[in-house]
Design a protein around this ligand. Structure first.
Ligand SMILES: [Zn+2]
Ligand SMILES: [Zn+2]
Ligand SMILES: [Zn+2]
Length: 148
């Protein structure tokens, strides 16, 4: 875990602050599952109450997420309601360019959003003079874990 955190911060050219380390730890534990800032806030609240860890206020959390996104460490994964969630990036992402052109799956049962790394967003041909900056493909249904 520690190694992974150090590696990712280095990859993003970021200084290791305690807030950054703790946020990153949650993303590593979540794996391909996306986390919303609300979920993160709740987790940190629990940590403060149960483990006596230092509080991470909302502004710090938002700033940390933004910094991670700009550094190519996490990417946005929108769910069906259009709410933003975030998930870890692949190694190919950097501060210059994100390479997460995959679909996200929203499970209606567990309400988790998962990165489908192997399901690529198809290339679309836009009308003339339209410039594409971002594309999201959200699929919904029931995930593998909920079918057991
Ligand atoms: Zn990325
Ligand atoms: Zn599910
Ligand atoms: Zn993703």
């Amino acid at each position: 875990m520690e190694k992974r955190i150090v590696h990712l911060l280095k990859h993003g050219n970021l200084r290791a602050t305690s807030a950054r380390r703790r946020v990153l730890e949650k993303f590593i534990l979540a794996g391909s599952h996306a986390l919303s800032s609300y979920e993160l806030e709740q987790t940190f609240k629990d940590e403060v109450e149960n483990n006596g860890l230092e509080k991470i206020d909302r502004i710090t959390l938002y700033r940390t997420l933004k910094t991670f996104e700009e550094s190519g460490i996490i990417h946005q994964a929108v769910d069906v309601s259009g709410k933003s969630k975030y998930a870890l990036c692949s190694e190919d992402c950097s501060s210059h360019k994100h390479d997460d052109h995959h679909a996200h799956f929203f499970c209606k049962k567990c309400e988790k959003t998962v990165c489908l790394d192997d399901v690529k967003i198809p290339v679309v041909n836009l009308p003339k003079k339209y410039q594409l900056e971002d594309s999201q493909l959200v699929l919904s249904g029931v995930c593998d874990e909920c079918q057991l």
